[in-house]
Design a protein around this ligand. Sequence first.
Ligand code: SF4
Length: 104
Amino acid sequence: MTQLNCSVTSCLYNQDHYCSKDDITVGGSNAKRTSDTCCESFRERNGSMCNSTGQASSTVDIDCEATSCVHNCGCKCCADSIGIGGGSQACHCKDTECADFCCK
Ligand code: SF4
């Protein structure tokens, strides 16, 4: 499990910069740089929708499609910790990124 800090506060699953999903998928099968990656599990929070009721945890199981990353071990993230960036304005998964992507 990887420690995850997520700045995407517009995501339904974000609770105080932790993620309330048990597992997420990072996309970026042809990634060469950080901006080519994204959190595919992002789901936009809207005004009528309550927060996710899942329990946020500091560690998450991460499936990762960015096989060109040094932290990718058989399509799983094997970094000790990562950050998902995108901030409060993200409204689509493409607005998010894995801040710790590092091309081999
Ligand atoms: S953007 Fe991804 S990592 Fe961040 S809270 Fe949403 S699902 Fe979790």
